[in-house]
Structures are given as structure tokens and as C-alpha cells.
Design a protein around this ligand. Sequence first.
Ligand code: GDP
Length: 511
Amino acid sequence: MTSNRRTFAIISHPDAGKTTLTEKLLLQGGAIHLAGEVKARGQARRARSDWMKIEQQRGISVTSSVMTFEKDYDGETITFNLLDTPGHEDFSEDTYRTLTAVDSAIMVIDAAKGIEPQTRKLFEVCRLRSVPIITFVNKVDREGRPVFELLDEIADMLALDVSPQMYPVGMGGEFKGILDFASGEVVVPEGPSKEYRGKRVAGFDLPDEVEENAELAQIGYPEFDLEAYRNGDLTPVYFGSALKNFGVTELIDAIAKYAPPPRPQPAGEEQISPDRDEVTGFIFKVQANMDPNHRDRIAFMRQVSGTFKRGMKLTPSGLGKPIAVHSPILFFAQDREIADTAEAGDIIGIPNHGTLRVGDTLSEKNDVRFTGLPNFAPEILRRIVLKDPTKTKQLRKALDDLSEEGVIQVFYPEIGAQWIIGVVGQLQLDVLVSRLEAEYKVGANLEASPFATARWIKGDAAAVKKFEDFNRANLAKDRDGDIVFMAKSPWDVNYQAEQHPELTFSATKER
Ligand code: GDP
């Protein structure tokens, strides 16, 4: 059976146009039930936690959300699940983990800027799991960089084959439309006041230069190859303007046509197929403390297999006994009756009181455990210092909770008593301090630590032990008790890795 689900995320650097594109994608389909509503309902109910104040002050969403929309293709309805990743320079592990729950991604690039730092970082996370990428070069209604320069930059910086599917006929003031290689038609802007609609014109009279370049673009770059794309080795490139709603139809159609349906997910040696009868899934994010008094949480489960029905009993791997999922949040099209079922590829929000944790597997028979949900090496490390030293126990409890939830990582050095907090984005630190106070009544400060990053050490037990004996001052244990090398610089990591070829210094850890 081929699934009609396409579960994907948009990756981009801030300001490239992700929000604008998201809106336009939702307009393309019959939207939708926004996960934002979950938040809105929570907000109306009570006073906001400090954590939410941070969200408001900064005008950003700390948490990711889920948007579902549908589009018909020759009688077949394709359901798109778009998982939003926080669009802010300060991204967090949430962003990374969301990418573990998708089957493909759209990479949005600003035509004037090319590959920017955060695009690249997020791309690397996709590459870890061979997530296929469709590239959308945005803002062609403005003056951008030359097309070949952009294509070469994507290929070189990301070490990825690029396969242009279109060629813009001019950019900025000269913009006339986009030549679609597959049909030979030019999609031209239409309607009043430059409201681009995208009428297709066959036999468009192309300027000579554009004709030549378009031909070069087709000869000079690899042809589209579905398998190479799905393996994450090749990206098809589309052009358009999210703001003018131009090229967006072509983009969503490409996802419908090429993006993979739900993929099998690794569970140890096994691969769990979406066709498996029983419901299985994994928690990739927990949105916690929507109500500080009740500690309620929504766990977001990516469904891997089976057909979920309201009220179904599922067993979380962390708990060992089944829970009945009576009031799941299903993110479905609103013009239908409230859907009562969900399929592989869908996301289900499960309200709970802290029983569900990031990385947990849920299954009907408690016979599956998904692997490959990674922890990422922190890029910011801070010492945590209590304002009131008698609260050590409370602090330890809070840090264990919050690291389980995936808000932060915590490292307990082998020597000394100062615990180290690790995050990938500054924002996580602000969230930590405010949640410690609001929820655990623990005041704490974060101070500079001598460490710049951390690596999980793996290898033969004797070799690890030997390394441990010599480097105790730079070692810590994470919350699972695994050994971590605390590095003072990236150079330090390289040096140790060279000195110890018998060990691996891993920037990610699978749970
Ligand atoms: P995000 O930070 O990636 O979510 O970016 P936004 O969607 O908020 O867009 C950032 C800015 O770029 C906003 O001012 C948008 O109006 C503008 N923008 C987005 N798409 C386009 C486009 O296609 N053309 C032009 N000219 N501006 C755009």
C-alpha cells in the first residue's frame, strides 16, 4: 500500500521566508487545524508561565507545531503534515528533534543571500538521517544573485548534487516568469497590482540569454533522479516568491509527486514498516507546563505504523504499562468531522502528566523500541550555580526532569561538584532559568565554563577505561551515565581523536 501522507519540515535561515511560505502552502490546501490552537486554548485558561512570557517578549514560538493540509491530485487526496521548526536564530534541540520526525524537508534559500549559517546547520542534521531535500530559491521578485552562482554554492557548500527544475526569466524588476523545464511552459505573473498568480504559457518568447542559460542549466547539472533525491544525495531546485505566492504550486506538487511517503523507522536491528498492523510511534517533542499548577504536558508522537483510534491503549517504553489515549490531539482538516483516526506519518498530541518523554516509543504490544533519536553535542556549556546551596536535591531533580524533557542536557563532571548545562541555542538557557524558578522554586545562575563542546566516547571497554584514567578532569557523565569528553575547543576534540584512533568521539548520541 502506498501512503498518501507527506510529512515534512521547512529548513531555512531566519528571514529567508519560511513563515511566508508556510502561509502560502496552507492556502494551497484546505487548511487546517493549527497546533497553535492547542497553545491558544492553554493560554486562555490561566496565568502564563514565565516561559511563555519569554515567547511573547521575543515574539517567537519556543515550540514547534504541526499543520496539516490536503490537496487533490486526479482523485487522490494527498495529506501534508508540515512540522514547524522555531524560526529564530536561537534554535534549540527541539528544532533538531523535529527533523527526526519528518520524511523530507524543503530548504528555503533567499536568492540574494544563498546558503546561510543556519540553513547549513539544519541541513547537516537532515543529512545525518539522509532526509531528502527539495530546494526552494525564494524572493525571485527581488534582485538576487546569479542563478549559476546560487546553484554552485548549494552544490559546493552542502556537497550535494543539484538538479534545477526551473529557470527564472529575469529577477527583480526584470522578472517575467519562471520556465518550467518539465513542461516547457513559462509560469507568468497575472492579475492586478503584481499579484502573481501563475498562468502557464506555452511557447513563451524567451530572451536569448535566458534561453541559453536555461539550456546550460539542464545540461550542466545532473538530471533529476528520484532515487538519488530520496537517498539525500541530490536536491531538485525550484524558484519562486513566497510573498507573491509564485512557484508555490509547483513546489507543493513536487512534494506530492517526489517526496517519500512515511519511511520505515529503525528499531535496533529491525526496520518498522509503515504497513505493520499494530500502532507504533515515538515521541519527538514534549510541550510542557502549559499550566504551571498542573504540570500538564502534550507529548507529540510521530506515528510510524498502524491505524490509531481514539481511546486506544498504547504502552510507552519508559513506563512498561499501557495508557489509554482518550483525548489525543489530531491535527486534521477542519471542514471534516473531527477525525478519530490517524495513520503512519501523522502526528498525535497526547496530553499527559509527565509520563511521556522525548525518545519514548509507544506501541500496542510493547514489542518495539525505536532507536536513532539522537542527542546533539551541545555548543554552549555553562556551569550552574545555586543561589541557595541547600537546594542541591531540588536542583538535581529539576535538571533530571528538564533533561528528560529535552530542554537541556546535563553533565556531571567526574571531578568536582559543579554541574554543567549543555544546550545548542542560547534561548534554551533562558528557558531553563525561568522554568527552574517558576516550576521548581530553585534560583540558579549560569556561569562561564571552561568547556566549548562535548563528545560522547565510545570504544572497547578497556580502551575507554584507560582514556578515563588519564583524562578524568575533562570527563563527565550524562544523565544516562554515559561518558562524555568535555572539550575546551574544537581543536581539542580533533587532537584527542587523532591521539586515540581506537575511540570514537561522537557529536551525537542515539538513545
Ligand atoms: P522567516 O524568518 O524565514 O520566517 O521569514 P518571513 O517569512 O518572516 O519573511 C522575512 C521577510 O521577507 C518578510 O519581510 C517577508 O515579507 C519577506 N519575504 C518573504 N518572502 C518573500 C518573497 O518572496 N519576496 C520578497 N520580496 N520578500 C519576501
